[in-house]
Design a protein around this ligand. Structure first.
Ligand SMILES: [Fe+2]
Length: 247
């Protein structure tokens, strides 16, 4: 049984699809939690042949869908973090795409996965590589696009901000108080939610830093298209330097 488009969350405000090169695009979007709180939210689009893979998928408005459909055929939807996914069911229905997520990624139970994301398992396009966070409490992974010097796509683990555009006034005021700043950082709230008692997530970031990448596009903020690995090293050092809580 299929639902009507209006049965799903409507498209939230977003800008036009922007090319980043190497058959990779991003969409600067938003996520509004309530009347006062809204933050940036991004989607990455990867083309392989005529097939499109949407990473951190978001529903686009009619003009955005038209632009998307001109790029190729939407074939795969990939949920990289368990705190995202409110548009996955809509996109699966609209495009008949195959949905990928980690086992137990159930914050948004719909749609059920067609493929489980796991390291060393098949991925939606050939020049992709997956890193699964192993030390965290809830599913999270990152996907490396092995094109050029490497583009790492994260969800909430690493986030890069250059400004607070697409954030509501309340978010702009609150985020610096919660540990967010305008640079590449380990998501401070994410790290709190994800760190088990008496344990550390740092080993996952040490494995991430062994990947070959120079660009990073997170589900929040803005793409960082150069020097991302170097800046990621700094972000990890800062996150775990003096934090008893994070170790
Ligand atoms: Fe997020």
């Amino acid at each position: 049984m299929s639902n009507h488009p209006q049965d799903f969350l409507p498209a939230q405000a977003h800008d036009a699809i922007e090319a980043l090169g190497d058959d990779v695009w991003w969409v600067p979007g938003t996520m509004r939690m309530n009347k006062l709180m809204g933050v940036s939210r991004n989607m990455v689009i990867v083309r392989s042949g005529d097939e499109l893979t949407l990473l951190n998928p978001i529903r686009l408005d009619a003009a955005g869908e038209q632009q998307l459909e001109q790029l190729g055929r939407v074939r795969h939807l990939v949920r990289l973090g368990c705190f995202h996914g409110c548009d996955d069911a809509y996109l699966k229905q609209r495009y008949g795409a195959e949905f990928w997520c980690q086992a137990d990624s159930r914050t948004y139970p719909e749609p059920p996965s067609d493929h489980v994301l796991a390291e060393d398992w098949p991925l939606p396009f050939p020049d992709a590589q997956l890193l699964v966070f192993r030390e965290v409490k809830r599913p999270e992974c990152a996907l490396l696009i092995r094109r050029g010097d490497g583009i790492l796509v994260t969800c909430d683990s690493l986030q890069h901000y250059t400004n607070w555009q697409r954030h509501s006034l309340i978010a702009r005021l609150a985020m610096p108080l919660m540990g967010f700043s305008r640079r590449l950082l380990v998501g401070p709230l994410w790290l709190k939610f994800q760190t088990p008692a008496d344990s550390s997530v740092r080993p996952d970031f040490e494995r991430l830093l062994k990947l070959d990448f120079d660009a990073l596009i997170s589900a929040h903020g803005a793409p960082l298209m150069q020097d991302a690995k170097n800046q990621a090293r700094g972000a990890v050092e800062r996150a775990f330097a003096d934090k008893g809580a994070n170790r």
